[in-house]
Design a protein around this ligand. Structure first.
Ligand code: MG
Length: 390
């Protein structure tokens, strides 16, 4: 911690809004950005701000377990409280939960993950100097005031227009007084500065950052991903599988039924290629292996279509915030000849994983008559893949 800075701010981090404009059911603050939840980005910045001594996370009740899981990584004490009906109520609940010892409040919207330490620090300093401050950037666009019929009413001078962001910071007593006045007047504001402005207080406009965007519509997500590209990581995965060859079973490799006198033995369809690929993908994401996800003791996977299981693995990975890069799999088998089926195998794997066929490689080799694959006792497959955190 910075030696000259004694914490005097309690921070309220808001993640309680609904995500309707983002087009998803999942709370947008819990979506993955650069490999971690959106909310985790600003929690880290607030937690590391030397002025901040405590953080209260305000979230939807149903998100509480996921939000509580984030709290452990924060260097200052964190509480999680449920939000209210309106933004103003959510902030007030967060403020009530803060220890009374903080003289100042720092309020930040969890849907602004790209806030920087510099902006947070500057807003805190201005709040201490002027009582109230907000991060803001000069408007790049000319803005119009519209009338109710959709026509321009007037054009405010652009050089005086600022787009307001968060964090915003206030002397606590000033904020409390403004909140009481708003409640008495039956007013609910969507911006905390507006609340203190209505109580007659001046608010300092602190230079924010154009990258400190608010995730509101799907294109904001694309922009945030572009900004965090340098922080994203690629991961490789490796998978290996073996099945015994027996009589009386179909031989299914990457979903292709191949005419042969024997087939692979297993609880599912024993598709050794699909299994190796699934394990490579799960390995890249450190999510265990296919046997863990679909236990062979579970009767519902008896004779299961392994390509469908592979599709399910890909769905889990995408849900965890990974996107697939490419696959490369090698089948070790003495007989039959695999070459005529390679393209169909690649197409099947590509379909199951949502990858174009050019990013799916399947190769086959004999092992020169050596070992269990060489003797025809079984087949093995090894796969590698690349995935990216999104
Ligand atoms: Mg297997």
């Amino acid at each position: 911690m910075d030696g000259e800075k004694t914490p005097c701010f309690g921070a309220v981090l808001l993640g309680a809004g609904n995500s309707t404009r983002m087009g998803g059911e999942k709370s947008k603050v819990l979506e993955s950005l650069g490999g971690k939840p959106v909310l985790a980005w600003s929690l880290q910045v607030l937690g590391e701000c030397p002025w901040v001594g405590e953080v209260v996370l305000v979230c939807r009740e149903e998100d509480r377990p996921a939000v509580e899981a984030l709290a452990g990584s924060c260097p200052v004490p964190v509480q999680v409280v449920a939000g209210g009906a309106q933004r103003q109520d959510s902030v007030a609940r967060g403020v009530e939960a803060l220890s009374p010892r903080w003289e100042y409040l720092l309020i930040h919207d969890g849907a602004r993950p790209l806030v920087t330490r510099e902006v947070t620090d500057a807003v805190c300093r201005d709040a201490m100097a002027f009582g109230a401050a907000t991060a803001a950037v000069p408007s790049k666009d000319t803005c119009k005031l519209g009338d109710e019929e959709g026509f321009v009413e007037s054009t405010p001078p652009r050089e005086r227009l600022w787009a307001v962001q968060t964090p915003q910071a206030f002397q606590r007593e000033l904020y409390q007084r403004a909140l009481s006045l708003a409640r008495e007047a039956g007013q609910s504001y969507t911006d905390d500065c507006q609340l203190v402005e209505a109580a007659g207080c001046r608010v300092k406009l602190t230079q924010g950052d154009y990258r400190n965007l608010k995730l509101t519509t799907p294109e904001d997500r694309l922009a945030a991903r572009a900004y965090t590209k340098g922080e994203r990581t690629m991961r490789v995965g490796y998978g290996y599988d073996v099945h015994r060859l027996v009589e009386g079973r179909k031989l299914i490799l990457a979903g292709v039924e191949i005419p042969f006198e024997k087939g692979l033995l297993g609880h599912s369809d024993a598709d050794v290629v699909a299994h190796a690929v699934a394990d490579a993908l799960l390995g890249a994401a450190a999510l265990g292996d296919i046997g863990h996800l679909f236990p062979d003791t579970d009767p519902q996977y008896q004779g299961a279509d392994s390509l469908a299981l592979l599709g399910e693995v890909c769905r889990v990975l995408r849900e965890k915030g990974f996107s697939l890069g490419n696959l490369d799999v090698t089948l070790m088998a003495q007989r039959p000849k695999i070459a005529p089926y390679i393209l169909e195998m690649r197409e099947n794997l590509g379909k199951a994983c949502g990858l174009p066929v050019e990013r799916v490689s399947v190769k086959a080799t004999t092992e020169e008559g050596l070992g269990f694959t060489g003797s025809g006792e079984g087949m093995s497959a090894a796969a590698v893949c690349l995935v990216e955190e999104t």
